[in-house]
Design a protein around this ligand. Structure first.
Ligand code: OGA
Ligand code: MN
Length: 219
């Protein structure tokens, strides 16, 4: 099936440049309204209509994630495999971003994996790192927020800590279209409880860690 290009390469260039500069300078980038219009609307349309059957409790299904996350998080996730049109467009966008970041920052990003996440009121994800340290398996984390009309007192902020000892952090409102990128091994972060259902797409760019006897990533 052919996919109509929804991503205007030219109009996304300034944002990609900004993300690359931010990653080089400070290791993270917060871009409000990075992804709006048809792409964000269609992703929100899809995730907000998914029935409970599509979501599974985060941390279950992948052995290492399970160990890491079992007590840390209460959200539910649905892995993105590109079988629906909105997800195909999302994967086109993230592929464009991968190539662009490699060109600008020489990161050698090889593959991308992502899932929808749904946090029901009161659900959370405690402070954690996205990368298994020393393995460099996840290099850059991304989070896109799909919450139209999010109000300051709806809660659910992402808090990004600048180091292991930082306890103040930077708070990010999960507003519709905001895209956050950060170096996976360097920034502990957490998701605070929200008063409303909160949707996001969390994703990770990985290095190529394949060898002759091991194909990576495993999915
Ligand atoms: C994650 C994560 C942040 C968010 O899924 O690893 O940190 O704001 N998500 O949804
Ligand atoms: Mn995370």
């Amino acid at each position: 099936m052919s996919v109509r290009p929804l991503i205007d390469q030219v109009s996304s260039e300034p944002i990609v440049d900004q993300i690359a500069r931010d990653l080089e300078r400070q290791g993270y980038s917060i871009q409000p309204n990075a992804i709006t219009g048809t792409l964000a609307e269609s992703l929100w349309g899809e995730v907000s209509q998914l029935s409970d059957d599509w979501f599974h409790q985060a941390g279950i299904g992948r052995a290492r994630d399970y160990q890491l996350n079992r007590f840390n998080r209460t959200d539910s996730v649905c892995w993105i495999d590109g079988t629906t049109e909105p997800c195909q467009h999302w994967l086109q966008y993230t592929e464009m971003l991968r190539v662009s970041l490699n060109q600008r920052c020489f990161l050698g990003l090889f593959s991308y994996e992502s899932h929808y996440a749904r946090y029901l009121p009161g659900q959370y994800y405690k402070r954690h790192l996205d990368a298994f340290q020393g393995e460099a398996n996840r290099v850059v984390s991304t989070v896109l927020y799909l919450n139209p009309g999010w109000q300051p007192d709806d809660g659910g902020e992402l808090v990004i800590y600048e180091s292991a000892t930082d306890s103040v952090g930077i708070r990010v409102t999960p507003a519709f279209g905001t895209l956050v990128c950060f170096m996976s091994e360097a920034f502990p972060h957490e998701v605070l409880r929200a008063k409303r259902t909160r949707y996001s797409i969390a994703g990770w760019y990985r290095l190529n860690q394949s060898s002759t006897d091991r194909v990576d990533p495993p999915r």
